[in-house]
Design a protein around this ligand. Structure first.
Ligand code: NDP
Length: 242
């Protein structure tokens, strides 16, 4: 059954793969982004998926953006994938409040801003699928990522709390924790660091592909996944087992 889906940060990287997979599954998808107009336009040209620009860190921008999506795509948002995320890495003794606030704003408060603005409608209609893209670094912590690890761990707590609230209303809320995924972010890592530091940490012996995360999202957003809520799916090639 085709539903209206929003994927935040859905214009590139992991989000782009998620947007495409949801479209292929028959859903009408809106992919949001923050500022990279060129990438967003290229993505729409390639896929036919509409893109919308707003900052998930702003509650009002999310409210207005969601209303616009619902008007233009012709229905209420029934699937929400909170994928938009940023890094501002620094060892803690050099971490500024700007580093902290920007990462918490996008990666944690962004989930509140988006989800709060679809939640009441999902409750009223008795159906909703919410997937939050957290990270292995929210599970295990990571040097120079106190901000990112805190936000991503927060995403998991948010998921578990909301799953309990949505359960009787047909709304499932789940988290996915990707490990190292082959996106643009990874292509900037020097080959030596990749081969000697990163790959040896991953028992599967390679990076994950964005499509492998998209497949997890497809499963969790399907009607048939109604009994799975509050879960955290680790997709990390065996890098971190808990
Ligand atoms: P990318 O940097 O490739 O893409 C990020 C997307 O999010 C872009 O579309 C970007 O828009 C959008 N975005 C960023 N900030 C905002 C904002 N404030 N408001 C709205 N949109 C925003 O990210 P990845 O694909 O690598 O990561 C996707 C998610 O997966 C993130 O949450 C990340 O933390 C998580 N993750 C990634 C891993 C990896 O190895 N890549 C590993 C574990 C987790 P624009 O194009 O305009 O900048």
């Amino acid at each position: 059954m085709g539903r209206v889906a929003i994927v935040t940060g859905g214009s590139r990287g992991i989000g782009a793969a998620i947007s495409k997979a949801l479209k292929e599954a028959g859903h009408t998808v809106a992919a949001t982004y923050a500022g990279n107009d060129e990438k967003a336009a290229a993505f729409t040209d390639e896929t036919g998926i509409k893109t919308y620009k707003w900052d998930v860190a702003s509650f009002d921008a999310c409210k207005d953006g969601i209303a616009k999506v619902e008007e233009e795509l012709g229905g209420p948002v029934e699937i929400l994938v909170n994928n938009a995320g940023i890094t501002r890495d620094a060892p803690f003794h050099k971490m500024s409040s700007e580093h902290w606030n920007s990462v918490i704003g996008t990666n944690l408060t962004g989930l509140f801003n988006m989800t709060r603005n679809v939640w009441e409608g999902m409750r009223e209609r008795g159906f909703g699928r919410i997937v939050n893209i957290s990270s292995v670094n929210g599970q295990k912590g990571q040097f120079a990522q106190a901000n990112y690890s805190a936000a991503k761990a927060g995403d998991i707590g948010f998921t578990k709390a909301l799953a309990q609230e949505g359960a009787r209303k047909g709304i499932t809320v789940n988290a996915i924790c990707p490990g190292y995924i082959n996106t643009e972010m990874m292509s900037t890592i020097p080959e030596k660091v990749m081969n000697e530091t990163i790959l040896p940490q991953i028992p599967v012996g390679r990076l994950g592909e964005p499509e492998e995360i998209a497949r997890c999202v497809l499963f969790l957003t399907s009607d048939e996944a109604a009994f799975i809520t509050g879960s955290t799916v680790s997709a990390n090639g065996g890098q971190y087992l808990h």
